[in-house]
Design a protein around this ligand. Structure first.
Ligand code: AFP
Length: 447
């Protein structure tokens, strides 16, 4: 037991090596790779021995190279081994973020943002679990309709406030856009005085901008079906924007960044357990909430989605309205006449976080494609499709509209929808193969 725990800790330490800034620099050469001093896990550590190999098989991202580059460039001090802490508690999310910030000081602001997301998640988890007891089921009495034209559930509104306030009081967030808000949320004017004064002293606004869906799948929540929170964090590219004045559009623009600019993303799944899966741009890491100690503990270091799965997940009631490549693709999966010659099984929760979580762990394909009624699909690019695409890609999977990578789409609208198919690389490639046989002009989705 001791050996496994230590190995877990080491694995977590290794996880801290790369980060999104470095990932983006690898892609754009905009910044030099980060120097970090972390010890590589040794192979002889118990049942986690295979984990290092597992991580390094994620060849399509730069995790492997970066890790070894980091080892070569190693600088003192090396990361702690955590032997005291981990023997009792495992690696907690807070510890993970502290070490990340120590190793990568330019990411230090993320630590408090994650701390706020963590706190909000615990609160939301509690609210969801107890909603039948506390009268928080059902719709708002006022019959509020959100910006999407959807009736708002009590929990939609409350969870929005919980997350919004938690992020706002980090003192580090510039603009917040969520599914339940029809405008970015203004950060409290007094924030510099009340919180983090010294951190914000040289700034008029925070360094990051967050997008989130506080309670995705909320239409399911009263039936005890899994729901989740999705979040994405970008760097705030604007120096100035006054939310109280006429340049609201300018403020909005700062949230309009493609997935490939994400610094971090993640989801929290409220189900039989509460899981927080996240990426900082170098692998996907999963934490599980341990209610006994009140902490998220690293349970899924270096998540790797299987290259091919046996499950497809989508709203099949829309099948008659899909375009032909998609119909052919699903026909192949459901009859076992597709590339893998395996008959897939169908699983669909109708809560993206739950469906993505299963897809990450078991493989296969999940999506909400375009159909004749919803020509852009249903999922929102900014706070559903892009953050999930980032996570899935970082776990070795892929995410596409059928024609192009979700991560590359430049949003033009905060609440823009996009067809989204994601999951195992071979499954997604098979889908792309079907689309490549037809002209984009024939697609239902016309970006
Ligand atoms: P709600 O948040 O309104 O329940 O919508 C959930 C969701 O955005 C996403 O989580 C699901 O994948 C998708 O909608 C399900 O949509 P259908 O009910 O049309 O299948």
């Amino acid at each position: 037991m001791q050996r496994i725990v230590v190995a877990l800790c080491l694995s977590a330490a290794a996880a801290l090596v790369p980060n999104s800034a470095a990932a983006r620099s690898a892609a754009s050469n905009a910044k030099a790779p980060l120097k970090v001093g972390l010890r590589r896990p040794k192979r002889e550590y118990g049942s986690m021995a295979g984990k290092e190999e597992l991580c390094t098989t994620l060849s399509q991202h730069w995790l492997h190279a970066s890790r070894f580059a980091a080892t070569l460039e190693r600088v003192a001090p090396t990361a702690p081994i955590f032997s005291d802490v981990c023997s009792e508690t495992g690696v907690t999310l807070s510890r993970f973020m502290i070490e990340t910030a120590l190793a990568n000081p330019e990411l230090s602001e993320l630590e408090s943002i994650f701390s706020s997301i963590e706190t909000a998640s615990k609160t939301i988890s509690n609210l969801v679990r107890r909603s039948s007891l506390t009268g928080l089921t059902g719709y708002l009495d006022s019959g509020n309709i959100n910006i999407q034209g959807e009736e708002q559930k009590k929990l939609d509104v409350i969870t929005n406030d919980v997350l919004k306030n938690a992020l706002r009081y980090t003192g580090r967030m510039g603009v917040l856009a969520s599914e339940e808000e029809d405008a970015p949320v203004e950060v409290d004017d007094d924030i510099e005085e009340k919180y983090q004064k010294e951190v914000l002293v040289e700034k008029t606004r925070g360094k990051y901008v967050a997008v989130f869906d506080p309670l995705d799948g909320s239409s399911n929540v009263d039936a005890g079906i899994p729901t989740g929170t999705i979040f994405g964090i970008f760097e705030d590219k604007q120096d100035e924007c006054d939310l109280t004045a006429d340049d609201l559009d300018t403020c909005l623009e700062t949230t309009l960044q493609p997935g490939n600019s994400l610094v971090a993303s993640g989801y929290v799944l409220y189900s039989s357990a509460t899981h927080l899966f996240m990426t900082l741009g170098a692998g996907t890491y999963g934490f599980t909430y341990d209610e006994h100690i009140g902490e998220f503990v690293l349970t899924h270091p270096c998540v790797e989605i299987p290259k091919r799965g046996k499950i497809y997940s989508c709203n099949e009631a829309n099948r008659p309205y899909w375009d032909k490549p998609l119909q052919d693709y699903f026909e192949g999966l459901s009859t076992g006449t597709g590339e893998s010659k395996t008959q897939y099984t169908s699983r669909y929760i109708g809560s993206m976080v739950g469906d993505v979580h299963r897809t990450l762990l078991y493989g296969g394909v999940f999506g909400y494609p375009a159909d004749a009624k919803n020509k852009n699909g249903k999922l929102r690019l900014l706070y559903e499709a892009a953050p999930m695409a980032f996570l899935v890609e970082q776990a070795g999977g892929a995410a596409t509209t059928g024609r192009g990578r979700i991560m590359d789409i430049e949003p033009t609208n905060v609440h823009q929808r996009v067809p989204c198919m994601l999951g195992s690389v071979d499954d997604v490639n098979e889908l792309l193969g079907h689309y490549s046989k037809t002209s984009p002009a024939e697609d239902i989705y016309q970006p």
